[in-house]
Design a protein around this ligand. Structure first.
Ligand code: 0O2
Length: 219
């Protein structure tokens, strides 16, 4: 009977945690939508192409705890697994990534715990993305819970690369054959070059639009 009571307790804790992490995802999603709408209003363009959010599955949480050499307990999951709640923001251009990161981190109740800039310092695999670990307060009926969310911000091209690399990595259980690894690294360079060129084209277009607007004003 005692064991049963303990299990019920664990299930309740798990359900409550899921609710809190889900709320954190909703909260960040809403803030991003507001920023995107405001950007559209002020600058007539959307820096965010789309947003994906997910809660890590229990299987992935257990796998991560094993990797860290930790027992699979709810306490350890909260303490050691930082990406239970994860949001991926996909932008068109590299400069949008830093703009969004700055806009989010300057919100007074969002605390930035850690930043990993894999755009300035790509991983050996070729992986590029901007990672931010933040906490956001979740207001429950009787308390406030500062909840951890991992935010990944990348361009459409970086996302295309990362999705394929993730699939290949899964298929080969982490041991990608050398020829494919080299291909992926080469593609990662192409992604960087594509992102740079698309950004420079976009800047040209924006300059052209600004000049056009000035002419209209004079008229
Ligand atoms: P999933 O299934 O995406 O959630 P750690 O999180 O501490 O175990 P690390 O490397 O210190 O590992 O964390 P980091 O660098 O912040 O990376 C965490 C997440 O970034 C990963 O989550 C991936 O989503 C992504 N990522 C990091 N490196 C790569 C890479 O080389 N290729 C691809 N495709 N994605 C990468 P998970 O938990 O590994 O997986």
């Amino acid at each position: 009977m005692e064991v049963y009571a303990e299990e019920v307790n664990q299930v309740e804790t798990w359900n409550e945690l899921t609710l809190v992490y889900n709320s954190a995802l909703k909260e960040i999603n809403t803030r991003l939508e507001i920023l995107n709408d405001e950007f559209q209003h002020v600058h007539q363009y959307n820096p965010i192409e789309h947003i994906k959010s997910r809660l890590k599955t229990p299987e992935s949480i257990v796998k991560k705890l094993k990797k860290y050499g930790q027992e699979s307990t709810i306490e350890n999951m909260v303490e050691y697994v930082n990406d239970i709640a994860g949001i991926r923001i996909i932008c068109s251009f590299t400069n949008d990534i830093y703009r969004i990161a700055e806009m989010l981190s300057s919100q007074s109740d969002i605390k930035v715990i850690e930043v990993k800039d894999y755009i300035k310092n790509p991983k050996a695999s070729g992986y590029k993305s901007y990672h931010m670990l933040v906490t956001i307060p979740i207001f429950l009926s009787d308390r406030i819970v500062d909840t951890m969310v991992e935010i990944q911000i990348r361009t459409v091209a970086m996302d295309f690369w990362a999705s394929l690399e993730h699939k290949i990595n899964y298929k080969f259980e982490g041991n990608i054959p050398e020829n494919l690894q080299n291909e992926l690294i080469e593609c990662a360079h192409m992604v960087s070059s594509l992102d740079d060129r698309m950004l420079s084209i976009n800047e040209e277009v924006r300059k052209f639009e600004a000049a056009e607007a000035e002419v209209e004003e004079v008229k």
